[in-house]
Design a protein around this ligand. Structure first.
Ligand code: SAM
Ligand code: SF4
Length: 403
């Protein structure tokens, strides 16, 4: 069952509805006996009603955008100002869509980026024009030095003009230990948390993630929503026959919560047994949602948004679709990635990688590092190969990339 605090926050309507659909679903698919339910908590002061503390933090961030450097511009004129850094290959969960059933071979610790190297690379990228950094994994919160890394970058953006254009420090997390780590993360300067949650049904959570932890994740979401974080988003990977029956329940959560729920199309990676039938295209999801809320509105997306934003009129929160498979957004992609073992990846779906760890460890100068980065960026393709081709191509399992 969901924890007391989660369940007390259920609306009666949603409770009855979830129980009904879960029981029938689980009987059909998993033969698990007991049902449990949960929804997001009612936040006393939402993350949109910013506290004085958040506002003062925001005031310290400059609005102007620094001139963009050519090192991060590709042949197609895309400026890569968003860096994702994977902090670890380890994870407390084993999501079926991310982690191969047989697990992954972990890189020896001495070949993973050290705290100092992560900070050094992050600083180099910010000096070169990166404005947003998101830490991912594996599960970034299993790495003990995460607050040290965030704190150092936060200090620099507040105290050194060279780093003042760093607008966002975020994490993507499975939420399992978020409650415990949140005070430290906020103190360090974290702005944003994307939290993964694919189901509102505890037993289904255990099936999808191959681990327990549903109540902890719900608690983590509650605490994040009630905290001073500037943005809290929920990532939901939609899989046909597994959690696509819960779409409207997730949309319903946005009625009273200032959260952004993003439905992500299931993507193929090594070892995740993807097939095109399991992927639910965003148009199908949208039409299902329109069946219930015909007046759902399209919101204006920002230039580099990967998500197509919508809102049910009168609801506090919003939803979005990340349609990487059925309607890619490669033309406006501004993201580059560094894996936990220090490889630079210019495309989530590209097999091409270059080791920045080795370059750093061999004592390359800043100019030499930038030349390596620029060469990789200039080789970035216009778009990914298309979902059916991607399924055949060699790439890392998602857990070794970082979404
Ligand atoms: N452990 C953290 C988490 O789960 O949020 C961060 C790492 S996880 C690899 C980053 C994001 O990638 C998560 O939101 C996850 O749902 C998403 N993801 C993983 N595998 C995926 C797949 N095959 N298709 C679509 N999204 C995927
Ligand atoms: Fe771990 Fe996140 Fe991958 Fe799930 S999606 S196995 S939580 S890294």
């Amino acid at each position: 069952m969901a924890s007391k605090s989660s369940t007390t926050l259920l609306s009666g309507w949603l409770t009855r509805r979830l129980c009904r659909h879960f029981i029938s679903h689980i009987q059909k698919h998993y033969s698990t006996a007991t049902a449990g339910t949960a929804v997001l908590p009612t936040n006393q002061h939402s993350n949109h009603e910013e506290s004085a503390r958040t506002q003062s933090r925001r005031r310290q961030l400059p609005n102007e955008i620094k001139p963009l450097s050519h090192f991060l511009e590709d042949k197609f004129g895309r400026h890569h100002t968003y860096l994702r850094i994977s902090l670890t290959e380890k994870c407390s969960l084993r999501c079926t869509y991310c982690m191969p059933e047989e697990g992954v071979d972990l890189t020896p610790t001495n070949k993973l980026l050290s705290t100092k190297e992560i900070i050094e690379l992050a600083k180099l990228f910010v000096r070169t024009g990166v404005k947003k950094i998101r830490f991912t994994g594996g599960e970034p919160l299993v790495r003990r030095d995460i607050c040290d890394v965030i704190s150092e970058l936060n200090y620099l953006r507040k105290n050194d003009e060279t780093y003042a254009h760093l607008q966002m420090l975020g994490i993507t997390t499975n939420g399992v230990v978020l409650s415990r780590k949140l005070p430290g993360l906020l103190k360090a300067g974290l702005d944003s948390a994307n939290i993964s949650l694919d189901t509102l049904v505890p037993e289904k959570f255990t099936f999808i993630t191959r681990r327990n932890g549903f109540d902890k994740v719900m608690r983590g979401i509650k605490d994040a929503v009630e905290s001073d974080l500037r943005t809290v988003k929920i990532n939901n990977v939609v899989m046909r026959g597994l959690n696509d029956d819960e779409i409207c329940d997730f949309v319903q959560l946005t009625q009273h919560q200032h959260v952004d729920i993003r439905f992500i199309e299931y993507m193929p990676f090594d070892g995740n047994r993807w097939n095109s039938n399991k992927m639910v295209p965003f148009r199908e999801l949208l039409s299902k949602i329109k069946g219930k809320w015909p007046d759902i509105e399209k919101l204006q997306d920002s230039a580099n948004d990967t998500s197509k934003a919508y809102k049910v009129p009168g609801f506090k929160g919003q939803i979005g679709f990340i349609s990487s498979m059925s309607d890619h957004f490669c033309g406006t992609c501004n993201r580059v990635r560094i894996t936990a073992d220090g490889n630079f990846k210019v495309c989530l779906f590209g097999g091409n990688e270059i080791s920045l760890r080795d370059a750093l460890r061999s004592g390359k100068s800043e100019d030499e590092m930038l030349a390596i980065i620029e060469t990789a960026v200039k080789k970035k393709k216009a778009r990914h190969a298309g979902m059916l081709n991607l399924a055949e191509m060699k790439n890392r399992p998602m857990i070794l990339i970082g979404g």
